[in-house]
Write a protein that binds this ligand. Sequence first.
Ligand code: ADP
Length: 269
Amino acid sequence: MLVIKVGGSAGIDYDKLADDVAALVRDGVRCVLVHGGSSLTNEVATKLGHPPRMVTSVSGIESRYTDDKTLEIFEMVYCGAMNKQIVERFQRRGVNAVGLSGIDGRIFEGVVKGTLKIVENGKRKVLRGDRSGKIERVNTDLIERLLDGGYLPVLTPPAVSRDGEAMNVDGDRAAAMLGAALGADTVLFLSNVPGLLRDVDDETSVIRELRVGDLESAMRDVAKGRMKKKVMGAGEAIAAGVGRCVFGDARIDRPVRRALDGEGTVITP
Ligand code: ADP
């Protein structure tokens, strides 16, 4: 079982990704794709006069402040344009993909945070009205049925709260939890960088291998900004029984095969 998370940052080549995933599906590999959409969301939100507000939590993790309007834009982009364009790419390649959000079938279920404790200009603040949340469980029943029926599930945030409300969640951590729930041997995190870089500005500085015990220091010393979520996700996935995680490049030819061959950063237990 293979879970592939593809990001939403600039430079990602979804056609190359779809070529590669389609070939794997034809070879009979059971896989699920989870995607992001951050860069298009930022673009659309800015055009709609509601630009993104990125905030840093007291523990130093960056996330998007998600008020009602932001959640609406988020759904338009992630569940709309991004999800349907990815599904279309597979349909063109003869792969019967089905696009679903975490609300559908309660795939990703959790709790809304409501308030965010953040640090801004060195000061602690509490932001209310936040519609983001934390996934507590992954309901795999629908996904298993789709896989058994020969479909390729293409999943995206948001998730759903226990009370049935949509909530924004991080795609990397959603993919990690999905990998754990499905008993995946591998979770790939494909993005617009060749792996976890020792120096963010030097693409040749890829850290080739990490053991799960190295992740805490990698979080602290190496991963900046949104990369921290991937490192957290990888740690959570491995702690929950996933065999290995790979941070690979989604801008190149054969991005999935190459990540499976260990190109990028390979994280093992
Ligand atoms: P995606 O939306 O594709 O999942 P993110 O934007 O969430 O990707 O995370 C990838 C980004 O993380 C890179 O574009 C890079 O700018 C940033 N980053 C921060 N620290 C690192 C690091 N040490 N190695 C690689 N990328 C890093």
